[in-house]
Design a protein around this ligand. Sequence first.
Ligand SMILES: *[C@@H]1O[C@H](CO)[C@@H](O)[C@H](O)[C@H]1NC(C)=O
Ligand SMILES: *[C@@H]1O[C@H](CO)[C@@H](O)[C@H](O)[C@H]1NC(C)=O
Ligand SMILES: *[C@@H]1O[C@H](CO)[C@@H](O)[C@H](O)[C@H]1NC(C)=O
Ligand SMILES: *[C@@H]1O[C@H](CO)[C@@H](O)[C@H](O)[C@H]1NC(C)=O
Ligand SMILES: *[C@@H]1O[C@H](CO)[C@@H](O)[C@H](O)[C@H]1NC(C)=O
Length: 394
Amino acid sequence: MAEGKQGMPYKSFCDFFLMLSGSAFLAVLASQLLFPRTTDANSAPMKGVVKGCDIFSGEWKKDSAPAYRNSSCKFISSPQDCLTNGRPDTGYLYWRWKPYSCELPPIDTRKFLNSMRGKSIAFVGDSILRNQMESLLCILSKVEEAVLVYHDEAFQSKTWHLPSHNITLGLIWAPFLVNSTEAKSKKDLQIYLDVLDTTWTSQAQNYEYIMLSGGQWFLKETTFWENNTIVGCHYCPDKSLKELGIDYSYRRVLRLALRFLSAADHKPVVIVRTWTPSHFEYGKWYNGGICNRTMPFKEGEYNADPEDAVMRGVELEEFQEGLANGLNLKLLDTYHLSLMRPDGHPGPYRRYHPDLTKKPQEDCLHWCLPGPIDTWNELLIAILMGEEELRFSL
Ligand SMILES: *[C@@H]1O[C@H](CO)[C@@H](O)[C@H](O)[C@H]1NC(C)=O
Ligand SMILES: *[C@@H]1O[C@H](CO)[C@@H](O)[C@H](O)[C@H]1NC(C)=O
Ligand SMILES: *[C@@H]1O[C@H](CO)[C@@H](O)[C@H](O)[C@H]1NC(C)=O
Ligand SMILES: *[C@@H]1O[C@H](CO)[C@@H](O)[C@H](O)[C@H]1NC(C)=O
Ligand SMILES: *[C@@H]1O[C@H](CO)[C@@H](O)[C@H](O)[C@H]1NC(C)=O
C-alpha cells in the first residue's frame, strides 16, 4: 500500500485493475463498434447541449495554461501528481477543449460557487470519480478550499464542505453501484445485480445533484447473482457458469440505479458520466503496456478499445431509458474527448521518480492532475450552470 497525500491508503494498481476479457464475441462486436469518429458525438443524446451548443463535440486546441498548478492544490493524490513525481514533459498541460459550435467560457469559479450556494453534489462510483473529484476540489480551491468533514475507515468515501458557500461535496465509493464482495476481496468477486449498494442509496436523498459512473470494475472476473441465485458470470473460464458477456452486469446495474432514482420521492438532478477510456499501448496493463505519448491524438489517428466502446454504448442506451422514465438526467459525455488524450495519464509517474530502467507498471487509466480530466469538470460546471440558469428563468 502506498500512501496518498493526505495519508489515505491508496489502492494498489493491481487491485484496481482488471483482467481484460478475451471473449470471442468481442471480435464481432469490435468490428461493429470501432469508434465511429466524428459522427459519434453528433449521434449522442443532446442533453449535453448548453444553450444550443453540443459541448462534447469538438477538438483539443493548443494554448491555455492549466486550471491550477500542482503546488497550489493539496487535494491531488500522489499517484496522479505527475509533476511532483517527475514526469518530464509538460506539453500535455497546455490544451484547451474547443466545442465546434461554441467557446467554453473560462471557469468562473466564484459565479459557480454562488449558483450552488446551499446545494450538495455527490459523485458515486470508483477511483476515476475520485480522480475527477480531486480535480474539482483543486478548481474550486482557487476561491474556497474545501474542508473534509467525513471519511469512511478506508478513506474511500469522503464528504467535504465549503463553509462560506455552504456547499457539500460527497464522494461515495460504490464501484459496482450494487452490492458486491469488493470490500472483502478483489478476487472471486460476487456481484448482486438486483441489490443496490446502500452506501450510496442511503444518502441519495441528501443530494440535489448526483453523478454516477461505472468503470473498469465491470470488466473484471465477476460472478453474477440475481434473486439470491447465481445466474452467470463474466470472464470466468475456470467456472462451469454461463458467460453472460462484458456488458450484461453494467446494463443491469445502470438500469436499476436510474430506476431507483426515478422512483425516489426526492428528485435529484442525475448526471451520468460516460466511460473513461484507457490508453495502454505495446501491451495490456498487466504485460508491459505503456502510454508514452506526449500529444493528443488527431481525429482519425486512433482506434477505441472495443470494450470501452461497448460500455459507452450501454451508458447511452440506459441514459435514454432513464429519460423515458422521467428522470431529470444530464449526460456528461467525456468519452470522446478523453479518448483523444493518450498523453494525459501518469504512466510510470504514478510513483515518485520511478526507475524507468526497471520498466515499472504503468497507469494509463487514471489522469494526471492537473490534466485533461480538469476539462470534465469544466463541462460539468457548464452543465450545472446551464441548469441553474434554466431554473432561474422558469
Ligand atoms: C510541482 O511540480 C514541480 C515540477 O514541475 C515540482 O518541482 C514541485 O515539487 C511540485 N510542487 C509540489 C508542492 O508538489
Ligand atoms: C446550508 O445548506 C443546507 C442545505 O444543504 C441548509 O439546510 C442549511 O440551513 C444551510 N445553512 C446555512 C447556514 O445557510
Ligand atoms: C448488501 O451487503 C451487505 C454487506 O455485505 C449486507 O449487510 C446487506 O444485507 C446486503 N444488502 C442486501 C439488500 O442484501
Ligand atoms: C425469486 O426466487 C423465488 C424463490 O426462489 C421465486 O419464487 C421468485 O419467483 C423469484 N423471483 C424472480 C423475480 O425471479
Ligand atoms: C514510446 O515507446 C515506444 C516503445 O518503446 C517507442 O518506440 C516510441 O518511440 C516511444 N514514443 C515516445 C514519444 O517516446
